[in-house]
Design a protein around this ligand. Structure first.
Ligand code: FES
Length: 125
C-alpha cells in the first residue's frame, strides 16, 4: 500500500506551534525512544492520513482567509499549516512524523501510523 506524507519547509511560527520550544520524542510501542525531532530543524513532516478517519488531505490556498490550509475533503476537517485543527470533526492535530535532516539537506523520515478518530495519538504501526 502506498503511503503519503507532507513535508513542509516550516516558518519559525509553524515550528514554534508544532514543537512549543522543545524537541519532540518518538517512542515505540513499549516506550523505547526511537527518534527525536530537533525543534530548530526547519522542516515538519505530517502523516498523509487525516486523524479523523484516515482520508488523504490536500493543501489549499484560501484567498478569503488570506492563508493556506490543509483540507480533508471527506468530512471537511481544516488544519493550520502547523497541523492545528481549525474546523471540522478532526479529534486532534495532524500527526507529526519523526525526521532527521543530514548536512546535504536530505530529509529522512520514519513512517508511523496512528489510530484514527481518537483525541489521543496512539501509534499502531
Ligand atoms: S477523514 Fe478527514 S475529515 Fe473525516
Amino acid at each position: 500500500m502506498d503511503k503519503n506524507v507532507w513535508i513542509l519547509k516550516a516558518s519559525p511560527a509553524v515550528l514554534e506551534e508544532v514543537y512549543k520550544g522543545k524537541d519532540m520524542e518518538f517512542r515505540d510501542q513499549v516506550g523505547h525512544l526511537v527518534w527525536t525531532n530537533k525543534k530548530d530543524v526547519p522542516y515538519v513532516v505530517f502523516s498523509g492520513k487525516c486523524p479523523h478517519l484516515g482520508c488523504g488531505y490536500k493543501w489549499r490556498k484560501v484567498p478569503k482567509l488570506g492563508k493556506e490550509i490543509f483540507l480533508c475533503p471527506c468530512h471537511l476537517s481544516i488544519y493550520e499549516p502547523s497541523g492545528k485543527v481549525l474546523d471540522g470533526p478532526a479529534p486532534r492535530p495532524l500527526d507529526t512524523l519523526p525526521i532527521r535532516v543530514d548536512a546535504g539537506g536530505n530529509v529522512e523520515i520514519i513512517d508511523m501510523e496512528f489510530k484514527a478518530g481518537t483525541k489521543a495519538q496512539t501509534r499502531i504501526v
